[in-house]
Write a protein that binds this ligand. Structure first.
Ligand SMILES: Cc1cc2nc3c(=O)[nH]c(=O)nc-3n(C[C@H](O)[C@H](O)[C@H](O)COP(=O)(O)OP(=O)(O)OC[C@H]3O[C@@H](n4cnc5c(N)ncnc54)[C@H](O)[C@@H]3O)c2cc1C
Length: 444
């Protein structure tokens, strides 16, 4: 029987769900979003500001794709969900009915009630509208402050530096992102931020924002009592699930919308996926809320199967994430704790340039690897993921590193240096098994 499926949110999770629903069924599909008519890549927002791309280039599908695939798009803001009458109510007073509802409403930037946070020129970066505001708010400015040492904060710093605007970057932690990164990696990024002429202030917090007579930000005060003059403040202190419109809907929420491993909420035929979903019992080794692109995609694909009768539990496999800190690319596989556990050991190598490094964390007893961090060069996802699944030992991985080299023909090889350091530290005399990596595998 054909269902009437409404998806609120046209981000990666909602759109992936819609695409897979269409592949698997003839159900009626409507995707609602207040932000944009068409799906775009949120992760590419910075490149629009930096002049590398136009908004049009961030849309992965041509505009005709949606009509051709019979996916209806509605650009409206949802005020309320009436779960009793199965209605989605819009801010313009109109509404649509649903048989199945998918909540894929993403996140919103955090604000922590700082005095002055509503002055003109103070903003976060999440939605396209924020990018448009940032364009407007940074016209002609000479000094700015970014608050919050995470991935969006460093992106905002890079965006501003690309226009030669001075940036003071306030980071509460001892080192950049050191609640996630081990100290060596965090210190490397501290240095790299400095090389890009960003004034990085560690262990410094925002206390208050001051404005001028026109209502525009004119300076900030830090917790150390220092006043920093500025005409723009970027607030990048994390994001939280976008769920305010669900108040009094009867849908159970905590920080996010509470779901089980099938993305089911407490109300039948209502599901939540992507940044806004919070697992009551997270999959092994995972966090209750996953606010990254590739997990949103997995959520959407998995839920489409369930809605189409192939009931599928979310089984994400090993954690993976990638990001970029100015010029340094970062990939992480499995679990790398910022503070090493007693049951773990780790091997760390850093190139003399101070911009490239590699870490393996492994179990102290049986030496099987539990995580890999790599900065400044790339490893092949399927190879690293396979090593974690196969529970390979640290010796095995070090010997077979060339297999994971992303493109042995074009990329510099660091494996000889890495194995030399490993042998020195461990007193072993391991040898690289296949210097030509995948090419060698194909030629075998
Ligand atoms: C600047 C930036 C850079 C990022 N870089 C990376 C990266 O490098 N790697 C990575 O893995 N992740 C990155 N992320 C995170 C990633 O983009 C998100 O995890 C992902 O986009 C979330 O997808 P989603 O489908 O859950 O929701 P979203 O993409 O947030 O989409 C939800 C949509 O629902 C709409 N909506 C919400 N409420 C309503 C309502 N009531 N009515 C109508 N519409 C509504 C929203 O406007 C939005 O359009 C980045 C995020 C930002 C902001």
């Amino acid at each position: 029987m054909s269902k009437n499926i409404v998806i609120i949110g046209n981000g990666i999770s909602g759109i992936t769900c819609a695409r897979h629903l269409r592949k698997l069924s003839k159900h009626r599909i409507t995707v609602v979003s207040a932000e944009t008519e068409y799906f775009f890549s949120r992760t590419a927002l910075m490149y629009i500001y930096m002049g590398h791309m136009k908004f049009e280039h961030t849309k992965p599908y041509e505009d005709f794709f949606w009509e051709k695939n019979k996916i209806d798009l509605v650009k409206k803001f949802v005020n309320k969900v009436d779960t009793k009458n199965k209605l989605v109510l819009f801010s313009d007073g109109s509404s649509i009915g649903y048989d199945t509802l998918v909540l894929a409403t993403g996140s919103k930037s955090n604000k922590f009630d700082w005095p002055g946070q509503d002055f003109k020129g103070v903003q976060g970066l999440y939605h396209l509208q924020d990018l448009e505001n940032m364009e407007e708010n940074t016209k002609g400015v000479s000094s700015t402050v970014i608050v919050g040492g995470g991935l969006i904060g460093i992106e905002m710093a890079e965006m501003l530096r690309s226009r030669n605007i001075a940036v003071t970057f306030l980071v509460r932690e001892k080192n950049f992102w050191d609640n996630i990164l081990p100290v060596e990696e965090a210190k490397m990024i501290n240095r790299h931020i400095g090389e890009h002429h960003v004034d990085l202030r560690l262990e410094t917090e925002l206390k208050e924002i001051k404005g001028d007579s026109t209502g525009r930000v004119s300076s900030i005060f830090t917790n150390n009592g220092e006043e920093i003059p500025c005409q723009f403040v970027g607030l990048a202190v994390g994001v939280s699930p976008n769920i305010d419109f669900l108040k009094n809907s009867g849908i159970e929420t905590d920080r996010g919308i509470l779901v089980n491993e099938f993305f089911e909420t407490n109300i039948p035929y209502i599901y939540a996926i992507g940044d806004c979903a919070q697992f009551k019992t997270p999959p092994n080794g995972r966090k209750p809320i996953e606010q990254v692109w590739y997990t949103g995609r997995m959520h959407g694909e998995t839920l489409a199967k369930t809605i189409c009768g192939q009931r599928s539990a979310y089984s994400p496999g090993h954690w993976f994430n990638s990001a970029k800190f100015f010029d340094i690319e970062y990939q992480t596989y499995g679990v790398i704790n910022a503070q090493q556990k007693d049951s773990e050991e780790s091997f760390y190598w850093e190139h003399s340039s101070g911009k490239i490094n590699f870490r393996i964390v492994y179990d102290k007893k049986d030496k099987t690897i539990t995580g890999i961090n790599v900065f400044g060069f790339r490893l092949r996802h399927e190879v690293c993921d396979g090593w974690l699944t196969e529970k390979r030992t640290v010796d095995y991985v070090i010997e077979h590193l060339p297999k994971a080299n992303f493109d042995p023909e074009f990329h510099k090889q660091y494996e000889p240096e890495i194995i030399e350091r490993y042998n020195k530290q461990s007193g072993k005399s391991l040898k690289l098994k296949s210097r030509k990596g995948l090419l060698a595998t194909f030629l075998k």
